[in-house]
Write a protein that binds this ligand. Structure first.
Ligand SMILES: *Cc1c(COP(=O)(O)O)cnc(C)c1O
Length: 230
């Protein structure tokens, strides 16, 4: 087995045993392997290992990778591409061409751009609302106090389907407090739409903790892919 296969298996084992401890159903959890900064060959190898959900955070890198992988797959079904990074409104149209899920919807200008971009799509674009758990406005995400208003705006948008909330925990040792807040905010969003019940949270360093607070979409990079090459 390759190193990549070993690391993937190890992460999957950790997810499975954590879910068992928490008495959670494994079918509610999606592992999104973040392939950013790695070449398309790595995504292809992960595909052959059974991965079907990939995460990217920059359009310049994601767009060619998605199309190259589609070519390499010779007609096999494409994986689901998750856009997990801060997204500029002027990139929304391009991202909507290959991404199936955008995890980082966090402001009205981006929302407008995505609505416009989805006019040409045959199926709805799945989105998460990213919430900012810090006081640092540069980190992206809506302020928790703005969440309800923004939820209503997304729910009234044609062409988008709201999956739930997304957050990046702060790296200050307070991840537990952060995930607890995300879970609370998720419940608030679900009062507007009970189907928007998913939580995108948990990365290499904190996914086991995130699972205890209801994370359904883990975005895991380095623990699987190793150190970034670019
Ligand atoms: C890079 C990235 C990840 C994965 O981070 P790792 O620590 O490598 O697991 C998850 N979410 C977002 C938004 C990222 O940009």
């Amino acid at each position: 087995m390759s190193l990549l296969a070993d690391r993937l298996a190890a992460v999957k084992d950790r997810i499975t045993s954590r879910l068992l401890e928490l008495e959670r159903d494994p079918s509610e959890v999606t592992l999104v392997v973040v392939t950013k900064n790695h070449p398309v060959d790595l995504a292809h190898e992960l595909y052959t290992l059974g991965c079907r959900d990939f995460g990217e955070n920059r359009d310049q890198e994601a767009a060619p990778k998605a199309s190259q992988l589609a070519t390499m797959l010779h007609g096999e079904p494409s994986p689901t591409w998750h856009f997990v990074g801060q997204l500029q409104s002027n990139k929304a149209k391009r991202v909507a061409e290959y991404a199936d899920v955008v995890h980082s919807v966090d402001r009205s200008s981006l929302l407008e751009a995505l609505i416009k971009a989805t006019e040409e799509r045959s199926k709805a674009l799945d989105v998460f609302l990213q919430v900012n758990l810090t006081e640092d406005e540069n980190r992206g995400g809506v302020h928790p106090l703005e969440l309800e208003k923004f939820t209503e705006a997304v729910l009234s948008a044609n062409g988008l389907r709201l999956l739930g909330v997304m957050a990046v925990a702060s790296l200050d040792g307070e991840e537990e407090r952060d995930f607890e807040l995300v879970q609370k905010l998720s419940q608030r969003v679900q009062t507007f739409d009970p189907t928007a019940k998913f939580i995108s949270a948990g990365m290499s360093a904190d996914f086991e903790l995130a699972l205890a607070y209801g994370a359904t979409h883990l975005r895991i990079g380095t623990a699987i892919t190793g150190n970034r090459t670019a």
